[in-house]
Design a protein. Structure first.
Lengths: 231, 217, 217
């Protein structure tokens, strides 16, 4: 046989599989009976009375590879994470337990409530800025009017000064009621504020003969006409 | 002919009997439902709530049935009683003479410390916005507020991007406070101030006994 | 002489009568106290606790009286029932057939269907890891578990990166189940099996009705 083909006997089936690593990798290792191959391989060598250690070594190496492939497959099959969770994910879920309804006297008293309030108020006091508990009211209409007015304060001072100058040249006594004559309430307030500004700047002097009485005005500085109040 | 007449009389009687039985059964069912409602709630319930429980539109009828239940309880020798309160509300409760001996068996608080503090703060400062409560009580207050709403202890009403919080009638009833917010706040303030003056026992056992059956003010 | 004899017979009878009345009154008082205790506690009470309430040393006597109370409740047509659980504990609660209509009135926020299913799963499979529960019940189970821990229905014990979950004694008491896990699981299995045999409504509302109204084991 050997001479016929020029190949050693183990290069023929069934033993050739042990000597062809390429084929070995493509074959399902479960289809290979290693015990049969190895024992028949040894028997054949004995029969031929020619022991080839190199061939035996290769045959053993291949057998070990087949064992390794088999055990790898076995281990893969036994790997639980792929299979197990799917099993438990469809585990029997019993119906919901229904809570029996029972009244239960609770222990919380008004005293507990007040103790809790005590604690809550402590942290309120720790707040840097107390938030106003009432919603902020829209500012009254007078506020924007006045602020607008204050922005034009200088203009208003000029206007009022010229008015006072006219009056004083006419020889009239400068009094608050004279300046406010015929004006709306808001305008009167404006005039009063302007007078305060002017007094603050030293442009005029305000004086009163009695508390809650008429306010008289004296213009100071250039063009000022000293006017005395009546009486 | 006579037999027929008799038959028809008989069937009329049967029908009438059936109807009576049906109506008696109906009343029985309603009695049991009202009893169940009062037991589970453990607080006064108004006629509107009781009507919704028994699926009836007639407050008068439900009031009548609840009064029957009161009589039933009076006839029984039992530790429990049902009372009709002034404003047509009904409550099932333990008779006073029994309560002292068994009160110690109550072990669970209505709320844990955190939510209780939030609740007390809302009661004291109401109406108050959710934002303000969270500022004082911290982020946890969001969870507390949900819990309190779920327990029907406070109401949450949308106000722009915020919510306005107020205590409910149930809150007032539970602590025996007035349902009128202004009166309630005065009551709280008064008890709170008085509390500061009094020396409480060191063990803190100065609990208001029987607060559910007493009304303050 | 005869009169005297009659008199003494009479007084003996009076004394005996008084004694009888006294003992009847005594039993009456105890009945009412036990009823009050069960009402206030809202959880199963053991004989030792009941003995302390009625000032009696004889558990046997107290058991007998409490069983009288059970009979009393059975005879009355009432929405409430008293059950004797295993290990000689007693509990007063609402009959199940009444509970659906009034559930919303309960003071405590009750668990919804989702957490209840997670709870029954944990009870049935305990001890079980949190990971396993989440795998079976989905991501929501994290929230359910927190809720159940907060309500003291389950325990969560750290185990490496995971947690081991178990039901608490409070859970066992609440549902009238044995505190012994093995027995409890048998009880649960029986309840679930019984539920399985019943024809359930098509909407899949596989609720465990009536499991509490029976004495378990």
């Amino acid at each position: 046989m050997e001479k016929e083909s020029g190949k050693p006997f183990y290069f023929h089936p069934p033993w050739d599989i042990l000597f062809n690593l390429e084929r070995l990798r493509k074959i399902n290792p479960w289809n290979i009976d290693i015990a049969f191959l190895l024992s028949s391989f040894l028997e054949e060598m004995e029969r031929r009375a020619s022991v080839d250690f190199r061939a035996s070594g290769v045959a053993l190496g291949s057998s070990a590879s087949i064992y390794l492939m088999k055990s790898n497959l076995l281990l893969k099959l036994e790997e639980p994470p792929e299979v197990e969770p799917r099993q438990s994910a469809v585990d029997f879920v019993p119906p919901p337990l229904i809570l029996p309804l029972r009244y239960e006297l609770t222990t919380t008293t008004i005293q507990n409530l007040l103790e809790a309030l005590d604690e809550a108020l402590k942290s309120e006091n720790l707040l840097p800025i107390r938030t106003p508990s009432k919603p902020i009211l829209p500012p009254p209409e007078i506020m924007p009017t006045i602020s607008m007015y204050l922005m034009e304060i200088e203009k208003e001072i000029e206007r009022l000064t010229s008015k006072m100058l006219i009056l004083s040249r006419r020889g009239e006594i400068l009094s608050f009621s004279k300046l406010a004559e015929g004006l709306a309430k808001i305008e009167i307030i404006k005039v009063f504020l302007i007078l305060l500004f002017m007094a603050h700047k030293g442009k005029i002097t305000l004086w009163q003969q009695e508390d809650l009485g008429e306010i008289y005005i004296t213009l100071n500085g250039a063009g000022a006409v000293r006017i005395e109040g009546d009486g | 002919m006579k037999a027929m007449a008799n038959n028809s009389v008989l069937s009329a009687q049967i029908i009438q009997g059936k109807r009576k039985r049906a109506s008696r059964e109906d009343v029985e069912t309603k009695l049991r439902l009202i009893e169940a409602a009062l037991y589970v709630a453990g607080r006064p319930l108004d006629l509107k709530t009781l009507c919704s429980i028994v699926n009836s539109r007639s407050e008068r009828k439900v009031q009548k049935i609840t009064r029957m239940l009161i009589d039933e309880y009076k006839k029984r020798n039992t530790a429990l009683e049902i009372l009709e309160l002034e404003d047509n509300r009904f409550v099932l409760q333990l008779k006073n003479e029994c309560s002292d001996r068994v009160r110690r068996l109550a072990i669970r608080p209505l709320l844990t410390d955190g939510p209780l503090r939030t609740l007390s703060y809302i009661a004291y400062r109401q109406p108050i916005t959710q934002k303000q409560v969270v500022e004082v009580r911290g982020k946890h207050a969001y969870r507390h507020i949900s819990e309190l709403v779920e327990m029907d202890l406070i109401n949450r009403e949308r106000n722009g991007r915020d919510f306005i919080l107020r205590t409910t009638d149930y809150f007032a009833d539970y602590f025996g406070l007035s349902r009128n917010v202004q009166t309630m706040k005065r009551q709280l303030k008064r008890i709170f101030d008085r509390r500061g003056e009094e020396k409480l026992p060191a063990d803190g056992a100065a609990r208001m006994q029987g607060q559910q059956s007493e009304t303050l003010e």
